[in-house]
Design a protein around this ligand. Structure first.
Ligand code: 5GP
Length: 195
């Protein structure tokens, strides 16, 4: 998605530890016009009319998922990060290792909000090592719902999350795939790669 790539190049900040900061337009201050285009693009890529729910994870995924959901006419469910899992059997739970915070969270979704009749689109801001996405997939599988695919705003192509998830037969559509980034050479998107 060209407008997104241009924005990443203009306002993305390359930080230590393989982190791309996009908090000036995506996940702290949010450029709603751009996110609206992102939502429209996800709809174009996933035209399947049977998609009836969007699943994301707090916090950064929520805003993007909500705007996207308006193009799908469906509700959003977000997985909650929690300190303590309630063991009354009312929630699906999994563990997710956070890439940016280097810690592991228990993540839950109330069972009543997912059903085997659902066809779910997963949305998230970043795909890096794939822990967040694999955790969400785990939760959906536990519920017996179908997975229409995953819509990712920015995939970091040199980390192996994309490969891991695609190798499980899940369709992953990333609107921008950063193939490499460094302060010296800037950002190279996958389609610009020379070799
Ligand atoms: P993964 O679980 O695939 O390793 O990482 C995905 C999650 O970590 C996303 O939900 C996102 O919030 C966060 N994340 C991973 N890499 C980056 C990054 O380079 N920049 C930012 N801002 N968040 C990231």
């Amino acid at each position: 998605m060209q407008a997104l790539e241009e924005r990443i190049r203009k306002d993305g900040v390359i930080k230590e530890g393989n982190v791309l900061k996009v908090d000036s337009f995506l996940n702290h201050r949010m450029d709603i016009e751009l996110i609206n285009e992102i939502g429209r693009e996800f709809r174009r890529l996933f035209p399947d009319k049977s998609i009836n729910k969007i699943l994301t994870i707090e916090a950064s995924g929520i805003g993007i998922a909500c705007i996207t959901a308006q193009y799908f006419g469906c509700p959003v469910v977000f997985a909650k990060k929690t300190q303590s899992i309630n063991i009354d059997g009312e929630v699906y739970s999994t563990q997710i290792k956070s890439f940016t915070h280097n810690r592991t969270y228990d993540v839950i979704v109330k069972k009543a909000f997912l059903s085997p009749d659902d066809n779910i689109l997963i949305i998230d801001d970043f795909l890096a090592n794939g822990c967040a996405l694999l955790g969400l997939i785990d939760i959906v599988k536990g519920s017996g719902a179908s997975i229409a695919g995953a819509g990712i705003v920015i995939e970091k192509g040199w980390q192996n999350g994309g490969e891991l998830v695609r190798s499980r037969g899940i369709r992953v559509e990333s609107l921008a795939i950063v193939e490499s980034m460094s302060v010296e050479n800037g950002i190279v998107f996958r389609h610009e790669q020379t070799v």
